[in-house]
Write a protein of this length. Sequence first.
Length: 335
Amino acid sequence: MSKELLIVDGLQYSNWSREIFEQMREGGVDAVHATLVYHENIRETLTRLGEWNRRFEAHGDLIMPVREAGDIERARQAGKVGIFLGAQNCSPIEDDIDMVAVMRDLGLLIMQLTYNNQSLLACGCYEAEDSGITRFGRQVIREMNRVGMVIDMSHSAERSTLEAVELSERPVIISHANPSSFHAAKRNKSDKVLEAIAESGGLLGFSAYPFHLKNGPDCSLEDYCDMIARTADLMGIEHIGIGTDLCQAQPTSVLEWMRNGRWSKEMDYGEGSQGNAGWPRPLAWLRDSRDFPNLVAGLRQRGFDEASIARIMGQNWVELLARAATPARAEEAAA
């Protein structure tokens, strides 16, 4: 694949290793949004940050940290994969609003307001009643806007997502999900939500996690690219990207931590079931990061022109980070 094409994956949570970083580079991936935490508290989040510092030190020839949008191009020029960090829950700030700025200063660029359940900030997509954004949530949204931390509503419920878009002065994203019209999973999003995300200047990262796809692990590349084309018509080509949700080489214990954290005594199977409790079988055309050329080829086959492919595969993510992950003081200085 020609390296003229910038590729950004808007969500992965893998059992990070040199082999996986090499696969990213082999697949032409320039930057990845890596999940830092799910249910970890402040102290545990600091440990996860320390682990990434060690990875950047040990594999500095392959990866480098991304703290602002411009770092992606700097990583690319250096022949490295840029890593930008995100939280899939609001647990890293606990109940302390000052932690938003602290975590952003430490390199946390993105934070979800919920992970499936009701949180201190908003309601997750697995709750029966969507209570919307809380009083604390309103304050946190304002603070995230100020410090340049991107609001991610991937695991949030509909009312909460629409309210977050309304309250936020910055673009809001869904880093990894698909349209409900393609597959009616709890985690997928209605056209109303997708239109609101686009109107905010935000972005949808298309998930390749089989539970989010029509026909699950047997979803064809053609169907996936057709979903992208239909969503481009709905949201506009500037507001879509890729967020594969690849979870490579992770043990089942990690899947159970994602689904259960410390909140449940009973086993919660999330998008699976008792009879289908493990990791889903990967897609034949996207087994790992080396298969990104398959996706590019699929978009070409579907009829996307090169400029649109460039937007979907990475340009939109870079522009989103420039809009939403720049601290307000830096924006003011630039103006």
